[in-house]
Design a protein around this ligand. Sequence first.
Ligand code: PLP
Ligand code: COI
Length: 349
Amino acid sequence: MQITKASKSRLSEVDFDNLSFGANFTDHMFVADYKDGKWNDARITPYEPLVMSPGAKVLHYGQSVFEGMKAYKDENDKVWLFRPDENQKRLNISAERLDMQGVPAEIFNEGLFELLKIDSDWVPKGKGRSLYIRPFIFASEETIVASSSTEFKFMILLSPVGAYFSNDVKLKIADKFSRAANGGVGFAKAGGNYAGSFYPARLAKEEGFDQVIWTDDATHTFVEEAGVMNLMFRIGDKIVTAPTSERILDGITRKSLIEIARSENIEVEVRPIKVQELLDASAKGELKEAFGCGTAAVISPIYAIGHKDMLMEMSQKENRYSEMLKAKMVEIQTKAGEDKFGWTKQVTF
Ligand code: PLP
Ligand code: COI
């Protein structure tokens, strides 16, 4: 792989005590080009603007998919990844649905590990901090004919981050807009899924909510997932989470938490959840907790959920599952505790 180092590091320009999510990028990036039926020119370059044609397909038809993962530093400054193979596989599942060229595991891993080695000083240490990793593929062919591209770029960017949400959040259940539909691309991490969610999310924000809880598009009666996270509810002392489907992202945090919770002897039910069930449980004081989970959001407790003119407030204020599960998961990710599931992978130098 060709490696071109940045002439000067920008590391000292970043305020690591006030990291806002996704606003800072490290000194280098990884790039590979797909052309003439193969991936070529895998390279690491300084983080810099791209030169591309205004006729590139991604700019017109949004043919792009991405991933989100994190690297963590342990007490001894060793760098660790959490289930990176899951992200590599999911990137290609997304790419296939968008009729894009997937990235072979060797290229993904070589790019990822080499980039992390070069920019390892950027992996922040300490509570709640990590290096967010953004692999993505986009259609770079210069033509605006509305069909699949024959050329793609695969890139990886790195961004030191703190918490995505700094406080507990308040979410609004969608009763008009939809994020995904059966047969669509909801399960894929396609850029367009997010573009379509920004307008409803802004309207919800104007009403005082942090994000939208998406419901099934046909009836708006089942809760599915939130803008950047899957959802879990504590009803009584059980955790209930919706099954993933062709409309919902198969979150890696979600499936890890299901295993962690079960190993802590918490009952977890994976089944469809009606909005009405949440309203009924809330009325009886049994809706104790709700939380979102995702790579960026980690575990974000939800303090209130709005539905039409109702507001459900979570009743459990202390000894919350969300806190216990987050502590267990972060212990695994940062190697502060035992990784009995074998989920972490070291970046060696
Ligand atoms: N759902 C959506 C829409 C997301 O954007 C994310 C974030 O990646 C998730 C769920 C959680 O997925 P993961 O835990 O794999 O990050
Ligand atoms: C992630 O958690 O990795 C996400 O993809 C969320 C992102 C859209 C901010």
